[in-house]
Design a protein around this ligand. Structure first.
Ligand SMILES: Cc1cc2nc3c(=O)[nH]c(=O)nc-3n(C[C@H](O)[C@H](O)[C@H](O)COP(=O)(O)OP(=O)(O)OC[C@H]3O[C@@H](n4cnc5c(N)ncnc54)[C@H](O)[C@@H]3O)c2cc1C
Length: 471
């Protein structure tokens, strides 16, 4: 990756990264979950998970074979869709990728506008969907501005958690079990800080071993994403011009009045799933189309004028990275090494994906808008140059998973009940348990993991009838 230090944001807030994400609601395909089951994780096939996806959902279009109504998570069509999104879908269709208005139904392949986790034009984060409605329950205490620093393990059992709030250290003891949900970067960090992980890693930092589990932090996977940017001759996209400036000035008023307009946009409004090789049985790449200039995660200072950007990522990369510790201080950031493009198939796959994205951007539908390709420019015209471009510019599309993987092999961290192998009373419930990365955005799938974990806990005999009644 050109020896670059890369950006990896996470949401440090109630609702986690689901409170800062792009709100796109996709699930991957059935075979992603069937593969988890085939790896030995009973009850994790798509047929078992679909009812949980449906139960959690309040689908604005109404219920169906694939969608649920009346659940806590609002999913619907976005209120703001830039005209360029339709140009993008026309371009896809022109090169043979069908239009698709529901990526979470029977067929994932296609291009179109994404559904989003919004309610009435506002973000429906996991916190808004699941936590806010139950905040007043007497058996729930939410502690914020607190850093969990250790899980207390006694005689092979998790019995509590140490956390820091300001300069104070506190302990909470668990009556039944401890559930760790710190995400794919921080859950393995916290396990290691608690003495659960690879022996050599813990001894390197002087952390006493509570239970050896070599897979903690291993198996890190992510969607590596390449952005292609075209300069537009028209002013339809979100950009920097006097015309757009006026629209932007009006946007807060429009949003306050009707929760619509520019401020209701999730930025990556359209996209889709495609095959780089027609003989594949399922899409291997995902597009995110942003009708704007988007570079360096939106951190770069935008250029004057109008652009549109097409992201493309490979859905099932073979490279694996790892999370390790910088030191034994819970306040230190974990060390993140993705090893993106370590596997040669990921290099050829991503080159193929970028070629497909270039073909889409070159379709006639864009003729009336295309001024020039700015990123990459026309000089990037061979596979070797594309590889260099990818290595120097690709970035995350924010889907790290897999670092406390579920399974029974030597690197598995949790079993199919999400219980940490070899430790009593401790589960991990977040994106880190995915054995393999699903072919889509990871927020909805993480919430289905949480839904399934809730079922498991409720069916465990130690949970009282009273807790079942209020769950
Ligand atoms: C910028 C961005 C855009 C994204 N866009 C999309 C999208 O459009 N659609 C989609 O489906 N997915 C998207 N994702 C991915 C999706 O949001 C994540 O996959 C999902 O939120 C993962 O959930 P999680 O519970 O595993 O981890 P997180 O959501 O990261 O939650 C972990 C929580 O644990 C807390 N925590 C961590 N360590 C500690 C500690 N030591 N003590 C106390 N608390 C701790 C964190 O503060 C956080 O609240 C995006 C992610 C990002 C960052």
């Amino acid at each position: 990756m050109g020896n670059r230090r890369m950006y990896q944001p996470r949401g440090k807030v109630l609702g986690g990264s689901g409170s800062i994400n792009a709100m796109i609601y996709t699930r991957g395909v059935a075979s992603d979950y069937d593969e988890w089951e085939a790896l030995g994780n009973k009850g994790w096939g798509f047929k078992d998970l679909l009812p949980i996806f449906k139960r959690g959902q309040n689908q604005q279009r109404g219920g169906s074979e694939f969608h649920g109504e009346g659940g806590p998570l609002s999913v619907g069509d976005p209120r703001q869709v830039n005209k360029m999104c339709h140009v993008f879908a026309d371009a896809g269709e022109e090169i043979g990728i069908p239009k698709n208005d529901d990526f979470n139904a029977d067929g994932q392949e296609g291009v179109g506008v994404f559904q989003v986790t919004q309610e009435g034009g506002q973000r429906c984060s996991p916190s808004k969907a699941y936590l806010q409605p139950v905040r007043s329950r007497p058996n729930l205490t939410v502690i914020t501005k607190a850093l969990a620093s250790k899980i207390i393990i006694e005689d092979g059992r998790a019995v509590g958690v140490v956390y820091r709030q300001g300069k104070q250290e506190h302990r909470i003891m668990a009556a039944k079990e401890v559930v760790l949900s710190a995400g794919a970067i921080n859950s393995p960090q916290l396990l290691m800080l608690s003495g659960i992980g690879p022996k050599e890693e813990l001894s390197k930092h002087g952390i006493p071993l509570a239970h050896e589990l070599p897979g903690v932090g291993k198996n890190l996977q992510d969607h590596l994403d390449v952005i292609l940017i075209e300069k537009s001759s028209q002013k339809e996209s979100y950009g920097f011009s006097w015309q757009f400036g006026l629209k932007a000035l009006m946007a807060p008023f429009e949003y306050m009045k009707s929760k619509s307009g520019l401020l209701a946009s999730n930025a990556a409004e359209a996209g889709g799933f495609a095959k780089t090789d027609p003989s594949l049985d399922k899409p291997d790449v995902q597009f995110h189309f942003t009708p704007s200039w988007l570079r360096n995660h939106g951190l770069a200072i935008p250029e004057f004028g109008h652009c549109y950007s097409l992201h493309v990522c490979l859905l099932r990369p073979k490279s694996r990275g790892e999370i390790t510790l910088k030191d034994s201080n819970p306040k230190s950031k974990a060390k993140i090494r993705f090893n993106y493009l370590e596997h040669p198939d990921d290099v050829t796959g991503l080159i193929g994906a970028v070629k497909l994205a270039k073909k889409l951007l070159a379709a006639k539908a864009f003729d009336a808008y295309r001024e020039k390709s700015v990123h990459p420019g026309p000089e990037v015209d061979s596979d070797a140059k594309l590889e260099q471009f990818i290595r120097h510019h690709a970035e995350t599309i924010y889907h790290p998973v897999g670092t406390c993987k579920m399974g029974n092999d030597a690197l598995a961290v949790v079993d199919d009940q999400l219980r940490v192998h070899g430790v009593q009373g401790l589960r991990v419930v977040d994106a880190s348990i995915m054995p393999t990365l699903i072919g889509g955005n990871t927020n909805g799938p993480t919430m289905v993991i949480a839904g399934k974990a809730a079922d498991m806990m409720l069916s465990t005999e130690v949970v009282s009838e009273e807790a079942k009644a209020t769950a």
